[in-house]
Design a binder for this molecule. Structure first.
Ligand code: GLA
Ligand code: ZN
Length: 677
């Protein structure tokens, strides 16, 4: 257990991004900030991320004193620092002196100076300049006792198509395929005569050139991930070269498609992410469920406590509408993070900037600057709450269920051209499956095909179009050994270079699921079919459900048919099947079903298999999660409904935090129960 702790202190981090470099001419403001931080229970700030111009105003002329002074001053006041490296935005002098650092887009146009997050990850010049500054930061600031964590760059993302990146891509391909013949074979380049004679001819995908060779697109995305992770490693190595051995994190983004975050596992000691849900756009319970899934995805990266690195304490000014958080929601969101295994609730930003593009982004301290604001007061309440429950820091979230949500699969699936170009419901299906598990109050890991399935009892697999990393073998042995697997339509269709499997799908698992997929029907937006239960089915399902978008037609070879299509020429064909294989069961969902279907199917399986759930019943809109120490189980119950609800109480538990008189939980409120193990 100890080994999984991020920090050896019993403390939940509370604070966020702080940019004193914007306020160096206002000493009274810097003074005031510390006073306000302390009052609000702020114990950690992130600094340095966008400070390159202040840290190295001219090439080779470093000025770290102001930052060191800040770190020291905060430290003296009991506030720790997460030290950012500044590579997310570069000074003008750097771009002028080394133009190759500027990114080239897919149309092959080089960017001008400006913005951020837009440098070439390959450029030796950029790598050199980053090395020089990171090494010094590691040496001169990272070792300060006030620094608790190293935060590399900011929200890596995007690709660069410059000549340096093209060359690196070709070398990466050479390494991967060995010969051009092998690449041609795996990429199926005989199609449209797009055969390559040598690696030198390969270009990254471009709207001016090749966009339709799916294997090229897929490998380009993999290369971009590889190159970005390599850049991150380089940043980390520079900090280490400066003698700083503190843990390292990268701040990941919400459901970000551009990078496969799993490939950063070797870079990070701690996972962290930035959460900006559009609160109050949809009913809060839906937003909460979507956010919960991201929390679980981030925790599942390293399967240990992680950090909520950023969240808005008020509105978010880059979204369509800058919606204020209704009272109680900032606190609910902070405690939701903790419930899912985060050891922090951190905000962007501590003090609102005066000018430029984030001047109207929410902040703990706004332009008015006083403490008598609604947001500051709620942040103070959160500070008290986190202090009160600090003993949960370092405790684990154990999950007996998982959803396989795989970024590379998503790339391939969405690029495939067919069977439904106006929308493939991958995220949606994953969300519905996840939602069904969470309605049971079951902790859920969100994993990918590279992860092991060992240790889970129930694994839900939405649209696993591309089988990679021996996934079919993992599913087979998981079911064989007694696991329950629920896999959907459009699974096991293509291999890891997006070449279709021959001889039937779901490839390698037809015997496990006891069926073969014959065809898949894409539905127009206005079309709908239904699923009707087969009387006396093993899950006791007795309702009718609707399906949309995709309907797969399967032929069973031993599987029990639980539900059937209601109409069309495939009326009577299976919609839901179950096959007993080894000691386990393999369920197959043939169509894009509504949420209620997944909720009821999971409910049926949980009852049948007698899986553990923390509460007897979980009302809709109530979130339940547990964390465990060696001694205690902490059950977090949150109400995301617009009205109070009655909740059930875990067995032998004491209400340890929050108010739930007569089991009633008011809207956006959190109750935490503690049970001795
Ligand atoms: C991102 C960035 C921050 C800031 C916030 C604003 O998450 O990491 O620097 O721009 O968005 O919401
Ligand atoms: Zn480049």
């Amino acid at each position: 257990m100890e080994g999984n702790k991020i920090f050896q202190t019993e403390k939940l981090l509370h604070g966020g991004d702080y940019n004193p470099e914007q306020w160096l001419e206002y000493p009274e403001i810097l003074e005031k900030d510390i006073e306000l931080f302390k009052k609000a229970g702020i114990n950690t700030v992130t600094m340095g991320m966008f400070s390159w111009s202040k840290l190295e105003p001219e090439e080779g002329k470093y000025d770290f004193q102001w930052l060191l002074d800040m770190v020291e001053r905060l430290y003296q006041n009991g506030i720790s620092t997460i030290l950012g490296t500044p590579s997310g935005a570069r000074p003008k002098w750097l771009a002028e002196q080394y133009p190759e650092v500027l990114r080239v887009d897919a149309e092959r146009r080089r960017a001008l100076f400006g913005g951020r997050h837009n440098h070439c990850y390959t450029s030796p010049d950029y790598r050199k300049k980053v090395w020089e500054i990171n090494k010094r930061l590691g040496e001169q600031i990272g070792k300060h006792p006030g620094v608790v964590l190293l935060h590399i760059s900011n929200e890596y993302g995007g690709d660069c198509h410059c000549p340096l990146c093209q060359e690196a891509f070709r070398n990466w391909l050479k390494e991967k395929y060995g010969t051009i013949e092998e690449l041609n074979r795996r990429w199926n380049t005989d199609f449209w005569s797009h055969t390559y004679q040598s690696f030198d001819q390969i270009e990254s995908p471009s709207p001016r050139g090749e966009m339709m060779l799916h294997a090229l697109n897929l490998d380009w995305k993999r290369f971009v991930t590889h190159q970005t992770a390599d850049f991150a490693m380089h940043e980390k190595a520079a900090l280490r070269a400066g003698g700083c051995e503190k843990p390292v994190t990268l701040n990941f983004m919400d459901d970000f498609e551009g990078l496969n975050y799993r490939k950063f596992k070797e870079v990070i000691d701690v996972a962290s992410w930035d959460s900006y849900p559009e609160w109050h756009r949809k009913p809060e319970r839906i937003t909460a469920a979507e956010t919960a899934m991201q929390h679980d995805f981030m925790r599942s990266l390293l399967k240990k406590p992680y950090l909520l690195m950023e969240s808005s304490p008020s509105s978010t000014n880059w979204q369509d509408v800058s919606k204020l958080r209704k009272p109680g929601v900032i606190c609910a969101a902070a405690l939701q993070a903790i419930a899912h295994g985060s050891d922090s609730a951190l905000y962007f930003q501590m003090r609102q900037s005066r000018g430029a593009s984030e001047k109207f982004h929410g902040a703990v301290i706004d332009h008015y600057g006083g403490e008598d604001t609604r947001v500051y007061q709620e942040v103070c309440e959160i500070g008290e709450a986190l202090d009160r429950i600090s003993e949960v820091s370092g405790t684990q979230v154990r999950a007996q269920a998982a959803v396989v949500y795989d970024t590379e699969n998503r790339w391939a699936l969405l690029d495939a051209q067919g069977p439904r170009n106006i929308g493939m419901p991958y995220q949606d299906t994953a969300k519905k499956m996840y939602g069904a598990l969470r309605r049971q109050g079951m902790n859920t890991d969100v994993i990918d095909m590279e992860d092991s399935l060992d240790g889970y009892r129930l694994v839900l697999i939405p649209m696993a179009y591309m089988f990679r990393s021996d996934f079919e073998k993992k599913v087979r042995s998981f079911v064989e050994n007694g696991g329950g697997a629920v896999m959907t339509f459009w699974s096991g269709v293509a291999d890891d270079t997006d070449a279709c499997f021959l001889g039937g799908t779901p490839w390698g698992l037809m015997d496990v699921f006891g069926l073969r997929s014959m065809e898949i029907d894409g539905l127009y937006e206005e079309e709908e079919n239904g699923a009707v239960p087969v009387p006396g089915n093993s899950l006791s399902l007795d309702k009718k459900y609707s399906c949309r978008n995709l309907c797969e037609l399967v032929k069973t070879s031993g599987a029990e048919v639980i539900m059937q299509y209601e109409k069309d020429f495939y009326e009577g064909l299976p919609v839901l099947t179950c096959n007993a294989y080894g000691k386990g069961k393999a369920y197959y969902v043939c169509a894009d079903m509504e949420q209620e279907f997944y909720t009821d199917v999971v409910d049926g399986i949980v009852k049948q298999e007698e899986l553990d759930t923390p509460l007897d019943t979980v009302p809709e809109g109530v979130e339940v999660s547990t964390r465990e120490s060696e001694e205690w189980i902490y059950t977090f119950v949150q109400n995301y409904n617009a009205m109070p609800v009655r909740i059930s109480v875990p067995d032998n538990a004491q209400l340890w935090f929050g108010e739930a008189e007569d089991g009633m939980l008011s809207k956006f409120a959190t109750a935490i129960y503690r049970t001795r193990k």
